[in-house]
Design a binder for this molecule. Structure first.
Ligand code: ATP
Ligand code: MG
Length: 659
């Protein structure tokens, strides 16, 4: 960016927390920000005290950019904190996991049962030769055994790397080799849209490609007879049922150093080759337990439904480690949101009386496209809080979420964070913050954010204080927090170069952000995507939001395309809502709508109606590929795409429609 981002859209709707919500909220005193600001170490220590430690830490934090260490000298075990300490007393018979399979099967696992099962899995891994420090890859569908295997690894001190079940053999192989994995835990298959994703078969392909350090493959049976029995390789593959049930339900929790590796997780790859992000034990557990409690307002009887897969960081922090650490029940769903019908999420909420829903803007926009009738015909009255993560949420998607799912009364928390940050960094606190649709609002207590321009000048933001210096620029953090990544696995140089080199001693996340005059933060998307149009930096997010604001539009992706005169011209790819059909008039009207909402400078030159957009497997729009399409280039790396045929057919249609 040559300059700061021109901030175009303005949003004036505000939603204060209701008096009832505020009264019962875990955080309802705005003083929490002030206290955490003046003594962040003390703030995090208070949260650390709530964990169970085998040995207390002697030093809270040591930080020399880019390396941070937290709770030095402390010894603890993440599994002990998520399982064992709840498996006694009142919580022993409380549900830890409520599971809904795509075919409609469900299971409830109590904390006491989970302790036994996790211990058996841990002993099974040990019997396969896994020792403290060895890496285990987990390539499972979203069944309870997925978070339980993560916890079993944590129990014996073996860092896990979860590979999303939608990834190919190449991706699995690449991750196993990068993390020098000893054992892969997989399943015969998982259910997806009524079909079977054949995980074991893909694992076999990955092994054939060469996973040089993998010695054993443990195979869970999930789909059984469909599509047929899997092949088992002698001396390498072991059926779960032949090993795990036979194990003792007694397995001690390994005392881990606070700075011992808990897991490696590869980023979702929106911007290129995935990075092996590391998280250690103490600081990570402090970050995820504190944010779970305050952002999701977890109470003893909550049922937390996070729709992410454990293959992404959201499933690590806000299905497995955060909620379970606090003894909260989590609802786990295996399959697609439209199987057997487009109301599946709402049916699950109705059936299991979920109280908290945490999902992604891409899902919300899809629900908008499908139509309101699906949620409206279900009983969503158990819900009391809604959350969003993964991409900027457009104000209209926020309003739909609030109105249709939240019955106009539930708090909506938009949470900004990354695989690298481990835990939520920018968010509303639902009992305190007056929200604005589309704004992630304020840094979490104890977190300090900066908005910088290219020269490194900018403003500090901590908490909800009004400012008079609105600013658009780079989102950076220069103050350590407990759950920050400890780096890229085995690649400190890439870590330094990717995140810590743009500004000295400062973590740069890759995202653009603006601070408004009332001190609210608005995520503008990735800075690589920001468009330079006739000398103005325009965020893709704002133009997309203006498009989604039109009643005909379900989803939009905007990019800057090279232009002789303007530098870049705006090209928009638009998906219509299901009850609209495309026409020349509508295209004109949509362009005019953008010009009307945010100014003529942002009027798209090209507007292309399409049925689908290229997305990563975690559902994020891949704008760099749309730039390739619009500029008539060969497509860049498409390996992290959910469905490579989408962008290929888009390229075809785009090239044939242009004129
Ligand atoms: P890669 O780093 O490999 O390109 P990725 O950044 O998509 O992949 P994640 O760590 O899963 O991988 O996603 C973090 C990114 O998601 C953030 O940097 C940001 O761009 C986006 N994001 C997450 N939550 C929000 C949010 N609430 N508002 C805006 N953007 C968000
Ligand atoms: Mg990223």
């Amino acid at each position: 960016m040559s300059d700061t981002i021109d901030t175009l859209l303005s949003e004036h709707r505000t939603f204060p927390p209701s008096a009832e919500f505020r009264a019962q909220a875990n955080a309802n005193d705005v003083g929490i920000y002030e206290r955490a600001f003046h003594n962040p170490t003390g703030f995090w220590e208070e949260w650390a005290e709530k964990l169970d430690w085998f040995e207390k830490w002697h030093t809270t934090v040591e930080f020399t950019a880019p390396n941070a260490k937290w709770f030095l000298g402390g010894k603890l075990n993440a599994c002990y904190n998520c399982v064992d300490r709840h498996a006694i007393g009142d919580r022993a018979n409380k549900a830890a996991i409520i599971f809904e399979g795509e075919p409609g099967d469900s299971r409830t696992i109590t904390f006491a049962e989970m302790k036994d099962e996790v211990s058996r899995i841990a002993n099974a891994l040990k019997s396969l030769g896994v020792k403290k420090g060895d890496r285990v890859a987990i390539y499972l569908p979203m069944v309870p055994e997925l978070p339980m295997t993560m916890l079993a690894c944590a129990r014996i001190g073996a860092p896990h790397t979860v590979v999303f079940g939608g990834f190919s053999a190449d991706s699995l192989q690449e991750r196993c080799n990068d993390a020098t994995v000893k054992v892969i835990v997989t399943a015969d298959g998982g259910w997806r849209r009524g079909g079977v994703v054949q995980l074991k078969k893909i694992t076999d392909e990955a092994m054939d490609l060469g996973c040089h350090t993998v010695e054993k493959v443990l195979v869970l049976e999930r789909t059984g007879e469909k599509p047929g029995p899997v092949t088992m390789v002698a001396n390498r593959d072991i059926a779960w049922n032949d090993l795990v049930p036979q194990q003792s339900a007694d397995c001690p929790c390994e005392p881990m150093d606070a700075e011992d590796l808990l897991y490696i997780l590869y980023t979702s790859g929106s911007t290129g080759k995935p990075k092996g992000i590391t998280h250690t034990t103490g600081g990570y557990m402090v970050g995820v337990s504190a944010t779970s409690k305050l952002v999701f307002d977890h109470k003893e009887d909550d049922i937390h439904f996070c729709t992410a897969d454990c293959g992404w960081v959201t499933g690590h922090s806000y299905i497995t480690y955060g909620p379970l650490c606090n003894g909260t029940t989590v609802l786990v769903y295996e399959g697609a949101p439209d199987t057997p019908d487009k109301d599946r999420f709402w049916r699950i909420i109705e059936k299991h009386r979920a109280t908290i829903l945490y999902t992604a803007p891409t899902a919300i926009r899809t629900f908008m496209k499908w139509g309101d009738e699906y949620p409206i015909r279900c009983d969503l009255s158990s819900l009391r809080l809604l959350g969003s993560v993964g991409e900027p949420i457009n104000p209209e998607a926020w309003m739909w979420y609030h109105t249709i799912i939240g019955a106009e009364k539930l708090p909506v928390v938009d949470t900004w964070w990354q695989t690298e940050t481990g835990a939520i960094m920018i968010t509303a606190l639902p009992g305190i913050t007056t929200t604005k649709p589309g704004s992630a609002t304020h840094p979490f207590p104890g977190i300090r954010v900066k908005v910088l321009d290219e020269e490194g000048n900018g403003v500090d933001v901590a908490g909800p204080h009004a400012v008079n210096t609105p600013k658009g620029g780079f989102l950076v953090l220069d103050y350590p927090w407990p759950s920050m990544t400890r780096g890229i696995y085995n690649d400190p140089e890439r870590y330094q170069k990717t995140y810590w080199s743009k500004f000295p001693n400062t973590y740069f996340a890759g995202d653009g952000i603006k601070l408004d005059e009332e001190g609210y933060l608005w995520l503008l998307g990735r800075v690589d995507d920001i468009m330079l149009v006739a000398g103005h930096n325009i965020s893709t997010m704002e133009v997309e939001s203006a498009l989604v604001d039109h009643p005909a539009v379900a989803e939009a992706a905007v990019i800057g395309k090279t232009h002789d005169v303007k530098g870049q011209a705006i090209a928009a790819f638009v998906i219509l809502r299901s009850n609209y059909s495309g026409s020349e008039e509508l295209i004109k009207e949509l362009k005019a709508h953008v010009a009307h909402k945010i100014g003529a400078i942002a009027r798209p030159d090209d507007l292309f109606l399409c049925a689908e957009l290229p997305k990563t497997r975690s559902g994020k729009i891949m704008r760099r590929l749309l730039r390739d399409v619009a500029e008539g280039r060969a497509l860049g790396d498409t390996t992290t795409l959910a469905d490579p045929s989408v962008v290929a057919s888009l390229k075809d249609k785009y090239e044939n429609s242009e004129g």
